[in-house]
Design a protein around this ligand. Sequence first.
Ligand SMILES: Nc1nc2c(ncn2[C@@H]2O[C@H](COP(=O)(O)OP(=O)(O)OP(=O)(O)O)[C@@H](O)[C@H]2O)c(=O)[nH]1
Ligand SMILES: [Zn+2]
Length: 336
Amino acid sequence: MAKRNLTRRQSWRIQKIQEERTERARRRAERAEETLMGGDLGPEQQGRVIAHFGVQVDVEGDDGLIRRCHMRANLPALVTGDQVIWRADNQQGGVIVAQLPRSSELCRPDQRGQLKPVAANVDQLVIVFAPLPTPYSNLIDRYLVAAEQAGLTPLLVLNKADLMQQGEYPELRDWLADYAKLGYRVMHLSAGSGEGLEQLRTALQDRISVFVGQSGVGKSSLINTLLPGVDLRVGELSEATGKGTHTTTTARLFHFPAGGELIDSPGIREFGLTHISHDDLLEGFIEFRPFLGLCRFRDCQHLHEPGCALLQALDEGKISTTRMDSYRHILSSLSS
Ligand SMILES: Nc1nc2c(ncn2[C@@H]2O[C@H](COP(=O)(O)OP(=O)(O)OP(=O)(O)O)[C@@H](O)[C@H]2O)c(=O)[nH]1
Ligand SMILES: [Zn+2]
């Protein structure tokens, strides 16, 4: 007994000594880092990552100034939109010392097919479509599913409303009426004529948004109108560092003059088009939810099984044929 106690005490002391050693090593590394950074670092303060350049990130402090910061080695990979704790150095740069918890993550597969976060703390997905190019209902549904999966509020924006004369595009009008009935917010506007832009500006306030939609629907036109001259503070900085080539590929955070933020990059615009699981897909069709788990067979595929609660809801008109077709279409693309 005495022997065991002693062993326990010994191992406790060994552990303690090791912990102290690790702590001393950590402090030494910190001091070395501070010396390397050219002396004293300022006090810890909160900021937000607004762009990412490999080992360095641009952090916007509470004072609105942007500094290019290094990251402490023990930090997880940071992405645009991350809230961080950082300390200024005396050369207009700084060091990031901690990452704060994320409220949401946008993920995309990297070159090796592994899902990686590309933006953090986004809370609104602006899904842009137009009468031309012809929208596919299931593309919009795919974005809606992705929004539900990532916990983002979707906003459906029909751009180029100026192309819709009275009575034209009846099918599109029906779709939009259906989405509104499901509880989704739908806006009709025109980046070209400026019609309806005020309501979009208001919807962007107090939010961090991402714009998605098929090529040619007018995302760039909308963003250029909403961000006249594109956030100069960011532009100036990338010019000053001569890293212009990075600016087109890295996700960047911009401030709308009327309030709210945008995170944008070509990669971000494709968010939601990959990696949806069957469960996410079912949950993402919000009107399916009351019927999930009620089918006779637990592994029901909701295609033609007897006792399928979704098929019954379809028969009773509680689920629309368009949405059911769209669900099936997306499902077939997942399994291929
Ligand atoms: N009539 C009309 N045309 C518009 C409107 N908004 C954009 N366009 C036109 O639509 C075309 C495509 O617009 P873009 O802004 O490049 O579309 P995008 O979605 O950014 O396309 P990608 O960059 O390929 O993703 C351009 O020729 C625009 O002039 C609008 O409100 N009305
Ligand atoms: Zn079923």
